[in-house]
Design a protein around this ligand. Structure first.
Ligand SMILES: [Zn+2]
Ligand SMILES: [Zn+2]
Length: 472
């Protein structure tokens, strides 16, 4: 087990015998401290699938950066509990491949909680939504997220801008239509199952009854139900910040405001049978975090590397180079409007009482050199307390007696996870009868296209075979 205490500062470099495999993409193994993450690589391994004990919560990091990189795609956290409920928190660029590699089926990715609507937290929704019904999510998608920002301003020409429909419902409405060509084209396949019952407001303790965004059938896999959360609610009026409370699985998810770029960003806290986790999303250090994080088991909090380091790594420029000053100032502005510097992360860690059992830095490009710098800054403020750095495929098992960190071993060649075929299905939207008696309905992927110019496998004039259709 890694303990990133101050004492481990002296052992930052890979020892000669240590294997640097882990999250380095094949062929990129390196002893360059900017090209390896020896902390992550030294974790004990986890091989999915692994059953979850009834009293355990498992947190899997599938995306841990804000820039897409092979070692760390953009943000996503997957949380499962032993009573059989599971949640996706954000799904940024590149994480669909990571979920796939972990063998997480689409049917378990139907409740998505957005902390805010930045693209590094939402981009892979397109894949999850578009291909869920082709896999085993033949039921609607539920998207939780903040309501409209309500923000209005005047641009340099004096024109009023806003208020816009920039909340989660408008996002889902437009997203649904953006995907119209895709969803129509894929509706030759089964997208719903008989007997589906839509959760009622009280089943999930929702802030409002479910309301879909389009003319999709209520039970269809392409139907989206947004659940808008009032980011003005802090939990000061008891219960006003509950996003989800399922009495059957005992999971309760609440939200509280974050400070990030634009009104409307939120953080989430999940409570289940005495265990808890917080996912900050993106935020500057803030008081709400200190009060909501009291006694939390796992705090997953964003952290940004120093502006000078960010500017150099991201622009390739060095201090003194032409353009460096602009790169630095931009990085500083992003930090100051939106993010938590390393020292502030340590300060937050030190101010939460009782402290988290484990604090996880995420949204942070974690490699040996950046981790070295971060540990120094964090430990200046928080000399004690368990600290770790998120990397994709970090798996954290949480129970009352232990918190176990491991790194998942996965195949870069994974297909979708297999799932048993359903016992019975509803007729696809695009269908035809397979038999003359009209008893066997089947989808027909060709009904939507013009086939007059198709080259047939057997030439109708000569009867000669043009090509084989069995794929070989
Ligand atoms: Zn972000
Ligand atoms: Zn953001």
């Amino acid at each position: 087990m890694l303990k990133l205490s101050g004492a481990s500062l002296g052992s930052l470099v890979l020892s000669p015998g240590m294997k640097a495999l882990g999250n380095n993409p094949p062929g990129t193994k390196s002893s360059d401290p900017s090209q390896t993450n020896s902390y992550f690589n030294a974790l004990p391994t986890f091989t999915p699938p692994e059953a979850l004990a009834a009293d355990e919560m498992r947190i899997t990091i599938l995306g841990s950066s804000c820039i897409p990189r092979l070692s760390q795609e953009c943000t996503s956290v997957y949380v499962e509990v032993g009573t059989g409920d599971q949640f996706v928190f954000d799904c940024g660029t590149g994480v669909a491949a990571k979920y796939n590699a972990m063998g997480i089926p689409m049917s378990k990715m139907d409740k998505i909680f957005f902390t805010h609507l930045h693209a590094d937290h939402t981009s892979d929704l397109t894949h999850i939504y578009g291909f869920g019904p082709a896999e085993d999510r033949k039921s609607p998608l539920f998207i939780f997220g903040p309501m409209d920002s309500g923000w209005t301003y005047y641009d340099p020409k004096g024109n009023q801008r806003g208020p816009y429909n920039d909340g989660t419902r408008a996002f889902c409405e437009n997203f649904r239509e953006m995907n119209r060509w895709h969803t129509e084209s894929f509706s030759f396949g089964v997208t719903s199952l008989p007997g589906y019952e839509l959760p009622k407001q009280e089943d999930w303790g929702l802030p409002a009854p479910l309301s879909k965004v389009s003319d999709d059938n209520f039970d269809d896999g392409f139907c989206i139900y947004p659940i808008e959360l009032n980011w003005n609610n802090f939990g000061k009026v008891p219960g006003d910040n509950v996003a989800y409370h399922n009495p059957t699985t005992d999971v309760r998810i609440t939200h509280f405001p974050a400070i990030h770029t634009r009104r409307g960003s939120i953080s989430y806290r999940l409570d289940w049978k005495g265990l808890s986790m917080i996912f900050s999303g993106d935020s500057k250090p803030n008081q709400e975090m200190l009060s909501h994080a009291k006694g939390v088991d796992v705090l997953i909090h964003e952290m940004v590397m120093p502006a000078a380091v960010w500017a150099q790594k991201n622009s390739g420029l060095k201090p003194g180079d032409s353009g460096y000053e602009q790169a630095y100032n931009y990085a500083l502005e992003v930090q100051n409007s939106s993010h938590t510097p390393q020292g502030a992360f340590g300060y937050i860690m030190s101010q939460i009482t009782p402290p988290p059992r484990l604090t996880v830095a995420t949204h942070f490009q974690a490699e040996d050199d950046t981790i070295t710098s971060a540990i120094r800054s964090v430990r200046n403020h928080a000399p004690v307390g368990e600290l770790t750095f998120a990397s994709d495929f970090l798996v954290i098992n949480v129970s009352a007696s232990r918190i176990l960190q491991r790194r998942a071993l996965v195949s870069p060649y994974a297909f979708y996870p297999s799932s048993p075929p359903p016992d019975s299905v509803n007729t696809p939207l695009y269908w035809k009868w397979q038999d003359e008696a009209h008893t066997i309905p089947v989808g027909d992927p060709t009904v939507q296209i013009i086939m007059t110019d198709e080259i047939p496998n057997i030439d109708p004039d000569t009867g000669l075979v043009n090509y084989s259709i069995d794929g070989y």
